[in-house]
Design a protein around this ligand. Structure first.
Ligand code: ASP
Ligand code: MG
Length: 363
């Protein structure tokens, strides 16, 4: 099972990326599910189209797909996309909250359509688009909650049927469906969550997240100049790290996998290196995150297994933080210690200081 992030799906590159992912995934025999995100930038454009009644933004979003279809020689697909544009043009002027979700999840639906064509017509694989994988949600539009019990039944039976005929299923991330059959979005970054839900429901042996920036790093490269690749991290730590915004994962990405037997790997399509997420938890500091804490404050957090239960490590973090104006030191779910800071310059300096300490543990 694999998930292909939207940052990889840019004009001129989709065939290359899918080809590379298939090369890597073919090593593991058996059936394959590919969860896809919207192409880069498309979800933002669709949100702008709906919220601002902005037909130009809708045009831009659909054109990204039309250009890709035409450059791959999929002329019929390009004409179909024109019709989708016309349909959505009517929807962006309606003000129902569920219609906003319906518009916004279209990036993922169109990615599925495009990738199915690539797999079937260009890579000659026995592939099938599954536009609605059976993730059942409530109607909290914009960030719908998943009903695990009903979903598992639908998901298992849907893929059982698909895989009796096909080898590869292409599935849209980011969406669920309500009991009355309307598409609902799982919240920004939700394709990650789709992949982990499906891996859990189907008892997948492997789940690989393909992103444009490879595995999980010890710090955000926009803030930290020398972050290093984390080779192994536990599900518990990865869960807290994604709640704290690491690598822009959906906050629930690792929640379905905590205690599961799925082997998760985070990598990019071109390199063998990456991060394994496993069930073994070692009490060392692993990574630093910076996130918004509300009320104009930020959180500088250090994540490591049972870190906040370890007095010695807690004191070390508090000692580093004591040179700064901090508002509070807080434990997060046993696996992280956060300091709340208001001044942005302090946020950056503290994150770099804490990272220097984390690096010593990783080295
Ligand atoms: N396309 C959606 C977003 O941009 C979901 C995802 O990429 O995971 O939030
Ligand atoms: Mg993402």
């Amino acid at each position: 099972m694999s998930k292909v992030g939207g940052s990889l799906l840019t004009n001129g590159n989709v065939l290359n990326v899918i080809n590379k992912v298939m090369d890597r995934e073919r090593l593991y025999n058996g059936k394959l599910i590919i969860v896809v995100s919207a192409m880069k930038g498309v979800t933002d454009l669709l949100i702008r189209a709906f919220d601002g009644h902005d037909a130009g933004a809708l045009d831009d979003a659909i054109s990204i797909y039309i250009n890709e279809a035409l450059s791959l020689g999929f002329n019929k697909l390009a004409s179909f996309l024109e019709l989708t544009r016309e349909e959505l043009l009517r929807f962006i002027n309606l003000r129902e909250p569920w219609i906003r979700d319906y518009v916004v999840i279209h990036g993922e639906l169109l990615s599925v359509l495009l990738v199915e064509n690539i797999l079937r017509d260009l890579l000659e694989l026995n592939a099938k688009a599954v536009y609605e994988p059976g993730i059942i949600t409530n109607d909290s539009w914009g960030s719908a909650l998943v009903n695990h019990e009903s979903s598992i039944k639908y998901v298992v039976s849907r893929f059982g049927r698909v895989f009796s005929t096909y080898d590869v299923a292409v599935v849209p991330g980011f969406l669920g469906v309500t009991g009355d059959g309307r598409y609902a979005s799982l919240g920004r970054g939700g394709s990650d969550y789709t992949a982990s839900l499906l891996a859990n429901f189907l008892g997948a042996s492997r789940l690989t997240f393909y992103t444009d920036s490879g595995g999980l790093l010890s710090g955000d490269p926009r803030i930290i100049s020398d972050p290093v690749l984390i080779r192994e991290i536990s599900y518990g730590e990865a869960n807290v790290a994604s709640m704290l915004g690491a690598k822009k994962f959906h906050p629930r990405t690792f929640e379905p996998l905590v205690n599961s037997r799925v082997v998760t790997f985070i990598t990019d399509p071109w390199h063998e290196s990456g991060t394994y997420v496993i069930n073994n938890c070692i009490t060392t500091p692993k990574l630093v995150t910076v996130s918004e804490a509300g009320g104009d404050r930020f959180k500088v957090s250090v994540v490591g297994c049972n870190l906040s239960l370890n007095d010695h490590l807690r004191n070390e973090v508090a000692k580093i933080a004591s040179s700064y104006e901090i508002d509070e030191v807080r434990n997060e779910h046993n696996h992280a210690i956060s300091t709340l800071v208001s001044n942005w310059d302090d946020v950056i300096a503290l994150a770099r200081d804490v990272h220097r300490w984390v690096r010593v543990w990783i080295a």
